[in-house]
Design a protein around this ligand. Sequence first.
Ligand code: HAS
Length: 555
Amino acid sequence: MTTVTEKAKGFIQVDKRDAKLALAHIYVAFIALFIGGLCGLLQVLVRSGQFTLPWGITYYQILTVHGVLLGLILTTYFIFGFQIAAVSRTAGTLTDKQRSIGWIGFWTMTAGTVAASIMVLLNEASVLYTFYAPLQAHWIFYVGMALVVVGSWIGGIAQIMKYVEWRKANPGQPSPLITFMVVVNLAMWIICSLGVAVEVVFQLIPWSLGWVDKIDVLLSRTLFWYFGHPLVYFWLLPAYMVWYVVIPKIIGGKIFSDALARLSFMLFLIFSIPVGFHHQLTEPGIDSFWKYLQVVLTMMVVIPSLLTAFSLFASFEIRGRELGAKGVFGWFKKLPWKDARFVVPFIGMAAFIPAGAGGIINASHQMNQIIHNTIWVTGHFHLTLATTVVLTFFGAAYWLIPHLTGRILTKQMNHLAIIQAIVWTVGMSIMSGAMHIVGLFGAPRRSDFSTYGGSEQAADWIPYQIAQAVGGTILFIGIILVLYIVAHLLWFAPKGKTEFPIGEVSEHAEKTPMVLENWKIWLTICILLILFAYTIPVIDMIQNAPPGSKGYKLW
Ligand code: HAS
């Protein structure tokens, strides 16, 4: 295998000051991985029925630490670190003003993270990562979460400013693909997080401070899920950036089509927000027409993922044939199976095939009745988020961190990174597989074993829960391995230059039509679809809220 360093000749280096900002985010992400992962291990042990938490720590407390730190903090910080580096690498070094705004965003998010984490660790906010009312947390937890969101807007604006500057300097030209993708992800994030911001600021904070004694629970859940589904695409799209732009370069090939990649991202922007009701299909108070409409829109958001799968297969096949591959699957053997930067994200891609099929099952109105609130759903998001996305992030970290720290990924670390991914795959197959199967038998998610462990059904679930504990323990070993590699890349790896790989578009690809970068058109469609999918049902919810829930209303 050619080492990363050997390949890295004459490449563009991210400016040191931007690298520092990106790295600050990456540090927080991996600290969150350690604490959140440890709580994940404790959780599967508790659910196996063989272990009791010491010192009065509760199941919901560790479940909240796990969900908030891994689902919200690890992801947001890694994504921001990656995006800042990607924008700086492809659209140019940030200006001092943009970088200062980036730092203000970072510190605002971090102040919020610390405040919220302290409340969760003190058992004052054991409300899980969805913080559904009527579970109530200490007001400091909600203020902390609001600061994380506001900080992400500030940090996001810094990245968008660089894009705007680039477009002004290069009129009529399509922007660098990965910078464009970053801006789509941020646009989606800002539009969707308005929902959770309204919920937290106008409902949860006044309620937790005792200014109002009741809130409209259905409305609060609806505002959460207006945010919650695009949240999962906010996690996914940076993985897609790696798949579309970085992986073709790593395999020595070309990006299949710039236009197709941009179209797929714009389809995510318009279809990923008006679909939150697919998390609320079993909830009363929402007319079934609106649920059905959002199920249809959910099926539309599957299309850009299918486009992505097509594009990836095309990139792989074209490269394989260049290297002499024959037959339908001959290209498979020609891929760089000894390069962790490829293998680790590739396992993530492969996992997304069953994971995506699971998502389609979830979204299919009637089938949702079988799996909703069972541990099948937990199995689903451990395949999507904790395998597809997280393995892609690990694979990216193996070139991103050494690029930013001025070090290299040695052959030994490259080898260890592949072993890490195999450990992860084994652990996750056992854990997520058991979750999917026992979920179909009706085993509940988010339930303390002590509350249901004595029931007759629970006896049938126990073998699967023990399997989850075995898988979870293997996964924790995977976390220790990745943290070891990351620490090595941050502080101990030999000094050297590592490439930030950015693929070139194939010369056979069609020219990118500029309409794909016409924000007026795409944002208008996005807002119209949101208004169409949400206006009437939300008015309905407010007007027809059951008597007890009218104590506090938004308007
Ligand atoms: Fe989901 C629940 C529907 C994708 C995460 N989802 C969740 C929850 C999370 C989550 C965290 O409709 C739980 C929320 C909670 O706490 O309650 N999900 C979908 C659908 C998709 C989907 C339709 N989910 C994701 C992704 C996530 C994620 C991505 C995180 C990153 N999900 C649902 C529904 C629920 C739900 C319901 C609510 C369930 C309930 O009742 O509570 C789709 O986006 C999936 C489309 C994906 C594909 C796959 C394309 C494949 C590709 C790979 C190509 C591979 C290659 C490699 C080229 C169609 C792109 C080649 C490999 C070889 C081996 C050759």
